[in-house]
Design a protein around this ligand. Structure first.
Ligand code: CAA
Length: 260
């Protein structure tokens, strides 16, 4: 395990899994510009690093993140936000091809919840609380909350959370389909790492194309999504891993995937 301390993100790796920990504990990991830039730069670096097969993003037990940094935002104007291209950095998360697992605990609010919803899988501690409280600040989510929360939990629950600013506990988030798994607070990070290691051991090309195809399902009409899936399926038959996977099945041995 190697660990590198950035200004506001701690970067470590455990075998084939890269781990990024948000590190502004004094402000419950509020997402300021520096943190988002550092986080996304590290995500992109890990995405290009062949040794990394899956990525975990976490915070600490008290907070994954309590939202965008309100103090940094308070004096902005519509024009300053537009000129700063405030959300461009968020859009780059959509370009990450490796699977991202969020390991969340404590406050998962506003931009924190939106960051989590940008991840592909979520393991939460039993102390986690989720919500989009922006309405209490006189604004609304700006990093995808109205769209991704609605797709994840359905229109009624999204309306309730967004219009009241209330939070919901981990068990409810699990029932709503917002997260994959709940674990005791001492174990959620371990569980997320376990899941990441399982995915990291899968054939990398199939992992990459499955992530792409599932992400397309959020945007495409069914017929186009099915067509996209089929092209990806055909493409995998050009890989050595397909020959290895199907050969190993017939020879009754474990496959050795090489990612080509
Ligand atoms: N931005 C900046 N600082 C924050 C913050 C945020 N989002 N959330 C917490 N902090 C800071 C507090 O100001 C406080 O700092 P000081 O000690 O310097 O005063 C420190 O973190 C600890 O917070 P609290 O004392 O408030 O802790 P608490 O346990 O009493 O309450 C809380 C916790 C309920 C999460 C409360 O901090 C809170 O309501 N935070 C704001 C949540 C929020 O509104 N998030 C949405 C932000 S807007 C957004 O995210 C827009 C978007 O779509 C991108």
């Amino acid at each position: 395990m190697t660990t590198k301390l950035g200004n506001v993100v701690t970067v470590s790796s455990a075998g084939a899994v890269g781990v990024l920990a948000l590190n502004r504990p004094d402000v419950l990991n509020a997402l300021n510009r520096e943190l988002m830039q550092e986080l996304v730069a590290e995500l992109e670096r890990m995405d290009r690093d062949d040794a990394v097969k899956a990525i975990v993003i976490t915070g600490n037990d008290q907070a994954f993140a309590a939202g965008a940094d309100i103090k940094e935002m308070a004096d902005e104007s519509a024009v300053s936000l537009l000129l700063k291209r405030q959300f461009d950095v968020w859009d780059r998360i959509g370009g990450i091809e490796k699977p991202i697992i969020a390991a969340v605990s404590g406050h998962v609010l506003g931009g924190g919840c939106e960051l989590m919803m940008n991840c592909d899988l979520v393991v939460a501690s039993d102390t986690a609380r989720f919500g989009q409280p922006e309405i209490r600040l006189g604004v609304m989510p700006g990093a995808g909350g109205t769209q991704r929360l609605t797709r994840a939990v359905g229109l009624r629950k999204a309306m309730e959370l967004l219009l009241t600013g209330d939070t919901m506990p981990a068990e409810e988030a699990l029932r709503c389909g917002l997260i994959n798994k709940v674990a005791p607070v001492e174990l959620y990070l371990q569980e997320a790492l376990k899941l990441a290691h399982r995915i990291a051991a899968q054939p990398p090309l199939a992992v990459r194309l499955i992530k792409q195809a599932v992400r397309k399902a959020e945007d495409l009409p069914l017929a186009e999504g099915l067509d996209y899936e089929r092209q990806c399926f055909y493409l995998l038959f050009a890989s050595e891993d397909q020959k290895e996977g199907m050969g190993a099945f017939q020879e009754k041995r474990n496959p050795q995937f090489k990612g080509r």
